[in-house]
Design a protein around this ligand. Structure first.
Ligand code: APR
Length: 229
């Protein structure tokens, strides 16, 4: 079975109603990143950060996977598919994908503010101040903030280096180290990009650019891969 590796970003969940970060109606517009998504913000005003992620969690729980998430799950009929997602939603899992690496964490889990390896499922959408981990420290959202290490990056790098087919869906490639993963895919491996605004990537070998929204481009691409020999 060929290895298909898919790197997804906020664009794949846009048509599920979850806004992207850097489009003109992006999520960060009303918020300064430094106020909600950094360790310093948590030190300065943990209740504000908690509220921000509680609202994000509520939106994620209300959202449903779209045709692009479902198409990637269907690809497992013929390929070994590993999804590396920058998204903190669980829409790939809910669509039925079985191998999903969350580079930036997942909002449906909480994390100890003392030990990032201690994570727990969250019941419902709200994580309250005063809810503690087993070490007695406040629970926060299990997401990677700007300025924090990305613990899954080495695993993701290894997965990319073994790809036979690579896809990039709905990411501006603006944030490292995730954006560097495409450079680790072997040069002769076909790389498909699905995005209405294709990000600038050069010199990486065969590149197939599908300038479409995810719900249009991904099901079409999946059907053609399922039909190919
Ligand atoms: N279908 C596919 N792609 C889309 C769609 C759509 N319907 N709508 C928008 N896009 C594309 C945009 O053109 C853009 O290239 O999705 C991309 C979204 O880019 P960003 O908002 O920068 O999101 P992403 O690349 O996932 O951001 C990376 O940055 O803020 C951090 O940690 C956060 O994981 C996030 C990381």
């Amino acid at each position: 079975m060929d290895n298909v590796v898919v790197l997804t970003g906020a664009g794949i969940s846009a048509e599920s109603g979850l806004r992207t970060f850097r489009d003109s109606d992006g999520l960060w517009e009303g918020y300064n990143i430094a106020d909600v998504a950094t360790p310093e913000a948590w030190d300065w005003n943990p209740a504000l950060v908690q509220d921000f992620y509680n609202l994000r969690r509520k939106s994620v729980l209300e959202a449903k996977p779209n045709a692009a998430h479902y198409a990637l799950a269907k690809l497992e009929k013929k390929y070994k598919v590993t999804i590396i997602t920058q998204n903190i939603d669980d829409l790939h899992e809910r669509a039925g994908s079985t191998e999903v690496v969350h580079l930036h964490g997942i909002i449906t889990r909480s994390q100890s503010s003392k030990d990032p390896n201690l994570t727990y499922p969250i019941d419902g959408w709200e994580l309250k101040m005063g809810e503690l981990c087993e070490l007695g420290s406040q629970l926060r959202a299990h997401v990677v903030w700007f300025g924090e290490a990305v613990p899954m990056i080495e695993k993701a790098a290894e997965i990319c280096s073994k790809a036979d087919i690579f896809m990039l869906i709905g990411s501006s490639l603006a944030v490292y180290p995730a954006a560097g993963l495409i450079n680790l895919v072997a040069k002769d491996v076909p790389k498909y990009i699905v995005d209405p605004k294709i990000p600038a990537v050069y010199g990486l070998g065969p590149m197939i650019k599908i300038e479409e929204k995810a719900t249009v481009g991904v099901p079409g691409l999946v059907e053609s891969l399922l039909k190919s020999n």
